[in-house]
Design a protein around this ligand. Structure first.
Ligand code: THU
Length: 238
């Protein structure tokens, strides 16, 4: 994806001018390119309760989700002089989650990748080693009557240069020749690991199929795999 750094910087500067900084008088603006091509922005917002300060990057990430989600591909963060500003430690963690290791952050003399700004990052994988899958959301109330039916297909997606896992819940059980209703009940969220996406599926239905990047199918559901899926999905243990 083509990154227009000048446009990002210009949007960051414009947004920096709207920052609310009665305490520090240190306005910050940030603009980010999203993987669907749109641009999102944020500015810092301070508060009399000093520890409550919202960094510009917090606004950016909120705006990312408020305007449709997706992954950050590149950001430009600037100070009052319009020069690139390095995100603070907390915001590096925040950016990591919404852009991943390949997110580019404007810096001089060249943009830096998130892995350079936050090496050995903490992530869900570290939690999952101890707790098992995280992020398996409950079934929405309007779909509760479908619980236990249909099939969840779990698959990887490349988003902002990093692989995430997601899935969809399909009405049909996929039995050959059956006259069941077809169509998607629910699209899954972006999840950090296959195990998390499988867990999202198992909350919905015992029929969970993992579709790998090459289109290969493996069974992550309960009980015997159906005849057309020979392989069983195994969670990778580190
Ligand atoms: N600030 C940001 O908005 N982003 C950063 O990454 C660095 C710090 C803000 C927070 C506070 O309002 C001011 O800059 C001074 O720390």
């Amino acid at each position: 994806m083509e990154i227009d750094w000048a446009a990002l910087r210009a949007a960051a500067i414009e947004t920096m001018r709207r920052a609310y900084t009665p305490v520090s008088d240190f306005p910050v603006g940030v603009a980010g390119l999203v993987d669907d091509g749109r641009m999102v922005v944020g500015c810092n917002v301070e508060n009399a309760s000093l520890g409550m300060t919202l960094c510009a990057e917090c606004g950016l990430v909120s705006s990312l989700h408020a305007t449709g989600g997706g992954r950050l591909v590149a950001i430009s963060c600037v100070d009052a002089t319009g020069a690139p500003l390095m995100p603070c430690g907390r915001c590096r963690q925040l950016l990591w989650e919404h852009g991943g290791p390949e997110l580019l952050v404007e810096a001089l003399p060249r943009p830096l990748r998130m892995t350079e700004l936050l090496p050995h990052a903490f992530g869900y994988e570290d939690m999952e080693r101890v707790t098992g899958p995280v992020g398996a959301a409950d079934v929405p109330a309007d779909l509760a009557r479908w619980r236990g039916r249909g099939t969840v297909f779990v698959h990887p997606d490349i988003s902002g240069g990093t692989t995430i896992w997601t899935g969809y819940w399909e009405r049909s059980s996929g039995e050959p020749g059956s006259a069941e209703e077809k169509g998607i009940l629910e699209e899954g969220p972006n999840l950090p690991t296959t195990a998390a996406a499988v867990a999202w599926g198992l909350v919905r239905t015992p029929r969970v199929v993992v579709v790998d990047a090459e289109g290969g199918l493996s069974w992550a559901g309960e009980g015997e795999a159906p005849e057309n899926i020979r392989q069983r999905w195994e969670e990778e243990k580190p």
